[in-house]
Ligand binder design. Structure first.
Ligand code: FES
Length: 352
């Protein structure tokens, strides 16, 4: 079939200056412009059956992408996280990761391959030469850009090749579901867990360094003791998770020096227990100034007054340190009266 036999609508639009724009060299332009090589029609330009074949190939690739996305979701829901598979030559790997990687990769690859095949076989491949021009766009240029855009949209055949358009929209619409499914990996919602700690009525205060329960006599004026709840051990599965909320600072202040009435009521003979977790962004506080009863967070220098209800006196922290009400049990050891009355850590209550 020659290009004379080609239906007019199938031929790409060619522009006058695209081919053979040969200039003769002169004094001002010593090199002749050879122009663009003659345009050669592709088989799809001249044979509608070949164009249909390409269209079906592109649609098939987009359809495979849709199926791969569905496969991704199905793998995520059905494959056990502990299941492993043997893959040559890698060896044993997580079956879930393998399936997710394979389906996600296939979904992305086939969208890309479909778009490339579409562009190479069905969209116009006429080369266009454009003269250099001033950077500022003139109204004529803007009108030309708009016309080119419309022409491009027409040549992409989106309107005419409905099968490609529909399958492409289907593939693109379905693919983001993969990301939505991954949101499940953020884990279950915390519920009220952040509002509670391990502390409960009767829980003994245990010295974090020695592992021994604390007696009032162990806490002397001027010292800073770190404590954890009795029963919370380092080898526990969720030790890190719990200690991040449970850690306490214990200091003894002369009762007459305690300015806050509730703090005094919640103390035992001047021994006060405050959360060790900074209310700014949650660093563990560790610096204590004996004379002023100030504690300083090393991260951003928030300073809290332990003689005045843990009030913030400097720095970016937005809230006082939560205090744990303590007393002494029948066996003479310091113990909690209950849980903290408010969430510990970085400004949790501001997040509702
Ligand atoms: S975390 Fe304590 S001041 Fe920033």
């Amino acid at each position: 079939m020659s290009s004379q036999d080609i239906p007019e609508e199938n031929l790409p639009v060619e522009q006058d200056h695209a081919h053979g724009a040969v200039k003769v060299a002169d004094e001002e332009n010593p090199f002749a412009d050879p122009g663009l090589p003659p345009h050669e029609h592709r088989i799809q330009d001249i044979d509608e059956r070949a164009a249909k074949r390409s269209e079906r190939t592109v649609a098939l690739l987009f359809t495979v992408s849709m199926l791969a996305t569905v496969g991704f979701i199905a793998s995520y829901v059905t494959i056990d996280v502990d299941q492993s598979v043997y893959v040559f030559p890698i060896g044993h790997i997580s079956g879930l990761n393998f399936a997710l990687g394979l389906t996600l990769g296939l979904a992305l690859f086939t969208i890309g391959a479909g778009a490339v095949h579409w562009a190479r076989t069905l969209m116009s491949d006429v080369e266009v030469a454009d003269e250099r021009h001033a950077i500022e766009a003139t109204p004529e240029v803007k009108a030309k850009v708009l016309a080119d855009f419309k022409q491009g949209a027409k040549e992409s055949a989106l309107g005419r090749r409905k099968l490609i358009r529909n399958t492409m929209f289907g593939a693109l619409a379905l693919f983001p579901l993969s990301g939505v499914m991954l949101l499940r990996d953020l884990g279950p919602l915390p519920g009220t867990k952040l509002r509670h700690t391990t502390w409960a009525k009767g829980k003994k205060l245990v010295n974090m360094n020695t592992g021994e329960p604390l007696r009032p006599s162990d806490v002397v004026v001027g010292s800073l003791t770190f404590a954890k709840p009795d029963g919370l051990e380092e080898h526990d599965h969720d030790f890190q998770k719990n200690i991040a909320k449970d850690a306490l600072m214990i200091v003894r202040i002369q009762p007459g020096d305690i300015k806050d009435k509730q703090e005094l009521d919640w103390s035992y003979q001047g021994i006060v227990a405050f959360s060790k977790i900074c209310t700014h962004v949650g660093c563990p506080i560790s610096l204590y100034e004996q004379q002023t009863h100030h504690v300083l967070c090393p991260c951003h220098q928030s300073t809290f007054d332990l003689a005045d209800g843990g009030r913030v006196i400097f720095g970016p922290a937005g809230h006082a340190l939560p205090q744990l009400q303590i007393t002494v049990g029948e066996d003479g050891y310091l113990e909690a009266v209950g849980d903290f009355q408010e969430p510990v850590g970085p400004a949790f209550w501001e997040r509702g």
